[in-house]
Structure formats: structure tokens, C-alpha cells
Design a protein around this ligand. Structure first.
Ligand SMILES: Nc1ncnc2c1ncn2[C@@H]1O[C@H](COP(=O)(O)OP(=O)(O)OP(=O)(O)O)[C@@H](O)[C@H]1O
Ligand SMILES: [Mg+2]
Length: 232
């Protein structure tokens, strides 16, 4: 269970301050699929970075199983990012000179890669339909294929939390559906929670949780298929 409590994040650029998130509170249940919806610039990516402890809030707390991730020691924070969270970035973050398998394994380079890890990475890519692309570099892959490499990288470590920033932004609707189905299935198998930022509401399914953000504030939280929802 993740509890976001009164989180604000103000970016400063010289004299200018941008209130990207303002007093955001919400919860993310274990093994749930949560969509963060909102217009461009509303603070979706900012919230996702905070959930992954890639950024620090100006105020407020995020508790994972009761522990505030912003009070972790630097070592605990590294471990949380490396082992508990799989991040799929808005721009994929693939390294151009590495092939698909190595791109999946990037987070583990500092510890050294074993042959078994290479095997697991290859099998994961095969499950995502990239079996014939294992040795391809990012510029030899389509946008959708690169996206799936980024997804494989996030899933590789069996994280308890997957954070995906517009994972279907580059894909046509058929590939978008396939990618979201993969994320749902793989998360269900692994018992992970998945948080997906998207503009496309058409992919919501009954049981999904929705957090709507507008101007940095939570405008609504609801569950697809529920009649009752809370509107702030
Ligand atoms: N590093 C930064 N410095 C200053 N302002 C920033 C920074 N990052 C984001 N912002 C501003 O914070 C606000 C929220 O940005 P954020 O990236 O979270 O929006 P978003 O909802 O993800 O938008 P999009 O759908 O376009 O990706 C925007 O006004 C943005 O310009
Ligand atoms: Mg964004």
C-alpha cells in the first residue's frame, strides 16, 4: 500500500516558481492498476518521479508499507529505486550503443551481469514479441519495439511497483492495447502494482483505479465500474 499525503512539489527557475503539484493526497493499493489522467503540464510525470523516489517533494510524504520513502537513508533509497520500482520513462531512456538484451539489463551493470540474467532478459523480450530483435540496437527498432524493451527492463527485476509514463504514447491503438495487456498480465502474475500515466482513457478496464489531476491537484479519484466516486 502506498500512501501519498499532502505532497507538494514546486520547481524553481531563477525568480520563477512553478507549483507542479499542490497538496496531493491519494493511495495506491497493492496489486492494483492505477491510471493517472490529466492534461499536459498538470503534474503527472512529477507525481510519478516522486513515487519512484527519483525526486523529493517540497513538502508532504509518501509512505510505502508505512515507511516514508523520503526519510530513507541514501542506501535504502537506492535499494528502493533499484529493486522495488520498475520505471518506464516517457522517452524510454534506452542507450543507443546497447542491444535490446543489454538495455534490459542496464540497472544491473554495476553489479556485473550473469549468463543466467542474460537468459532471463532474452526470454522476457521473447514474451513481449521481440524474440527476433534481441541483438538489435534502439535505432534498429520501431517506437513500439523500443517501448517494449523499456517495459522488459522495468519487469526484469520483478518490482513490486511499476511506474509507466505514457507507455503507449508512441504506439497505434492495436499496439497500445497489446502493451497494456502485457503490463496488466505480467503485473498480475508478479503481484505488482502498476501506475500508468496516459492521455488515452479508452484503455481503462473495470476495476482499474483512476486519479485525475488538474493544475497539480487531485481533481477526482475513482474506480472504473464503481457508481460511487469521490470528487474533490
Ligand atoms: N525541472 C523542471 N523545472 C521547472 N518546471 C518544471 C520542471 N519539470 C516540470 N516542470 C513544470 O511542472 C509542471 C508539471 O510538469 P509535468 O511534467 O509533471 O506535467 P505532465 O502532466 O507530465 O505533462 P505531459 O502530459 O506534457 O507530460 C509543468 O508546468 C512543467 O512545465
Ligand atoms: Mg509527463
Amino acid at each position: 500500500m502506498i500512501e501519498v499525503e499532502h505532497v507538494s512539489r514546486t520547481y524553481r527557475r531563477g525568480q520563477l516558481t512553478v507549483p507542479a503539484l499542490v497538496d496531493v493526497s491519494c493511495t495506491i493499493a497493492d496489486e492494483s492498476c492505477t491510471f493517472i489522467l490529466g492534461p499536459s503540464g498538470s503534474g503527472k510525470s512529477s507525481l510519478l518521479y516522486l513515487l519512484g523516489a527519483l525526486d523529493t517533494p517540497t513538502s508532504g510524504s509518501i509512505r510505502v508499507d508505512g515507511r516514508d520513502i523520503f526519510r530513507f537513508s541514501p542506501r535504502e533509497r537506492d535499494r528502493y529505486r533499484r529493486e522495488d520500482v520498475g520505471f518506464i520513462f516517457q522517452n524510454f531512456n534506452l542507450l543507443a550503443n546497447l542491444n535490446a538484451v543489454d538495455n534490459v539489463l542496464i540497472p544491473f551493470f554495476p553489479m556485473g551481469i550473469t549468463a543466467q540474467q542474460r537468459d532471463v532478459a532474452a526470454r522476457l523480450l521473447e514474451r513481449l514479441g521481440l524474440g527476433a530483435r534481441l541483438d538489435h540496437k534502439p535505432n534498429q527498432l520501431s517506437g513500439g519495439e523500443q517501448q517494449r524493451v523499456a517495459i522488459a527492463r522495468a519487469l526484469f527485476k520483478n518490482p513490486r511497483l511499476i511506474l509507466a509514463d505514457e507507455p503507449t504514447g508512441e504506439l497505434d491503438s492495436q499496439n497500445s492495447r497489446a502493451v497494456l495487456a502485457d503490463l496488466r498480465r505480467l503485473c498480475r502474475d508478479a503481484g505488482a502494482a502498476v501506475v500508468i500515466v496516459t492521455h488515452e482513457q479508452e484503455y481503462l478496464e473495470p476495476g482499474d483505479h483512476v486519479i485525475r489531476i488538474r493544475d497539480g491537484r487531485v481533481a477526482e479519484t475513482s474506480r472504473v465500474g464503481d457508481l460511487a466516486s469521490s470528487t474533490a
